[in-house]
Design a binder for this molecule. Structure first.
Ligand code: GDP
Ligand code: MG
Length: 177
């Protein structure tokens, strides 16, 4: 489930999923490069990015896959999920529909993904408090029922982004090591 190379002890593949425009690409650019884009175009998404983190005394390289907008057409293929040990399932707290679709994404994850994949549910855009359509409590309840980690983030204000990725990476590490 992992390979070892010269500059890291573990390499984990993880994937970003969730409806279009929830902020997946910006969460990744924030975590990997500490950058945010007000007007990001789905078509210029990178395939994946890497970031090294330390877990205990080990160096873990997370390879994080991003979609290039295929989620718009529900056309994410099984190769996207292949070998992934973790998934960040993102919805937008200002669009109820993106939260309602979480169940569909979970279904797809369970169909194509690893059995013991670590899944972190992320409610992004927590900076937009006035536009909130999804209560924290609703998401917490869903996370509990579905046995997921849960966190609200803001890629824009850089809130909890690091924590959400590190939680996923640490959990994978606990399972894989
Ligand atoms: P993706 O389609 O899921 O990859 O979403 P993007 O990362 O392309 O983001 C879609 C839009 O939401 C862009 O206009 C971003 O600037 C914006 N966005 C992403 N994250 C946040 C956030 O945390 N807060 C706010 N206010 N806007 C965000
Ligand atoms: Mg994107």
């Amino acid at each position: 489930t992992f390979v070892v190379d010269e500059d890291c002890d573990y390499l984990f593949k993880t994937v970003l999923i969730g409806d279009s425009a929830v902020g997946k690409s910006n969460l990744l650019s924030r975590f990997a490069k500490d950058e945010f884009y007000l007007d990001s175009k789905p078509t210029i998404g990178v395939e994946f990015a890497y970031r090294n983190t330390k877990v205990g005394d080990k160096i873990v390289k997370a390879q994080i896959w991003d979609t290039a907008g295929q989620e718009r057409f529900r056309a994410i293929t099984s190769s996207y999920y292949r070998g992934a040990l973790g998934a960040m399932l993102v919805y937008d707290i200002t669009r109820r529909g993106t939260f309602e679709n979480v169940k569909k994404w979970l279904h797809e994850l369970r169909e194509f993904g690893n059995r013991d994949m670590v899944i972190v549910l992320v409610g992004n855009k927590s900076d937009l408090t006035d536009l909130r359509e999804v209560d924290v409590e609703d998401a917490q309840k869903l996370a509990q029922v579905e046995n997921l980690c849960f966190m609200e983030t803001s890629a824009k204000d850089n809130l909890n982004v690091e924590d959400a990725f590190l939680q996923m990476i640490t959990k994978i590490y606990d399972i894989a090591s």
